[in-house]
Write a protein that binds this ligand. Structure first.
Ligand code: NAI
Length: 331
């Protein structure tokens, strides 16, 4: 039998946490034969709720779940973890300036970076979900220099999956037959959901999404805005954020990273990189990647048309500004 893997979820008493921890305990993230020990971190005001989640995990009697650590102590939470899913953060409240929210999150990610660096397992893989996800991940990278930068990523898989979902609905085909959309850039409304290289499996072989949709107006307009603004649409409908789909895509992100992407398929991940596609280096930016043996590689050489170029640059500019804002909060 395999040794259990310790998986950290921060913000585990929150909405996404509540959807995510049972998925991990069922093997959705690391596979049906991989036992896990869950480490759940939250802050003292949420300690009681966190303990409630722990009680439910016990009650669910998950066969793969070999232990639960529920704590408000960041050191205890980080000790020995091989996977860290960072969902905890400070939400933007009404009337708050962007800088104030950034400053709270920079402080959180700086201190959690140090705890991970000192106490997590060597080679721990980190996924940042909490917003601003790319910039939180960048701060985490800066303050955990001994963790390989290849091991620090942020979640844009939800946006990727949303794009697959929109194409599937539009063409009335199963979502599993659609692949190779790309989310470029920031997990924000400047992200660029790109279908120029996406394909659909048909009885006559793989066909480009562009050819099947045959409606550039939709592809350049409503498709992009729907994906960019889907998070807000769900908050409006549910009065709560998109926790189920965020949790599910966090599992997809880690699963593909650890177990590999299928042959011929890429996924989108926010990663630290060195200047691919002429995007300025020094950011955590979402790219198309393939994964093998626990290592991601950016898909190279895709042709980028003029319209796409502008959108890649626009979202890079926003990330550069966010980075500057984050750094100004540090000083
Ligand atoms: P939530 O507010 O329900 O949960 C957040 C939890 O984090 C709370 O339990 C809170 O007590 C905890 N927390 C706050 N500070 C913490 C700290 N220093 N250490 C540990 N825990 C801490 O929010 P929800 O809906 O679960 O969303 C979590 C985050 O994920 C938000 O930042 C949200 O914007 C982001 N998000 C990101 C998505 C993505 O695709 N990247 C998609 C959806 C949400």
């Amino acid at each position: 039998a395999k040794e259990p893997v310790r998986v950290l979820v921060t913000g585990a008493a929150g909405q996404i946490g509540y959807a995510l921890v049972p998925m991990i305990a069922r093997g959705v993230m690391l596979g049906p034969d991989q036992p896990v020990i869950l480490h759940m971190l939250d802050i003292p005001p949420a300690a009681e709720a966190l303990n409630g989640v722990k009680m439910e995990l016990v009650d669910a009697a998950f066969p793969l779940l070999k232990g639960v650590v529920a704590t408000t102590d960041v050191v205890e939470a980080c000790t020995g973890v091989s996977i860290a899913v960072m969902v905890g953060g400070f939400p933007r409240k009404e009337g708050m300036e962007r800088k104030d929210v950034m400053s709270k999150n920079v402080a959180i990610y700086k201190s959690q970076a140090s705890a991970l660096e000192s106490y997590a397992a060597a080679n721990c893989k980190v996924l940042v979900v909490a917003n601003p996800a790319n910039t939180n991940a960048l701060i985490l990278k800066e303050f955990a220099p001994s963790i390989s930068e290849k091991n620090i990523t942020c979640l844009t898989r939800l946006d990727h999956n949303r794009a697959l979902g929109q194409v599937s609905e539009r063409l009335n085909v199963p979502v599993s037959d659609v692949k190779n959309v790309i989310i470029w850039g920031n997990h924000s409304s400047t992200q660029y959901p790109d279908v120029n290289h996406a394909t659909v499996k048909t009885p006559a072989g793989e066909k480009p999404v562009r050819e099947l949709v045959a409606n550039d107006e939709w592809l350049h307009g409503e498709f992009i805005t729907t994906v960019q603004q889907r998070g807000a649409a769900i908050i409006k409908a549910r009065k709560l954020s998109s926790a189920l789909s965020a949790a599910s895509s966090a599992c997809d992100h880690i699963r593909d990273w650890v177990l590999g992407t299928p042959e011929g398929t890429w996924v989108s991940m926010g990663v630290y990189f060195d200047g691919s596609y002429n995007v300025p280096a020094g950011l955590i930016y979402s790219f198309p990647v393939t994964c093998c043996n626990g290592v991601w590689t950016i898909v190279q050489g895709l042709p980028i048309d003029d319209l796409s170029r502008k959108k890649l640059d626009l979202t890079a500019e926003e990330l550069t500004e966010e980075k500057a804002l984050a750094y100004s909060c540090l000083s």
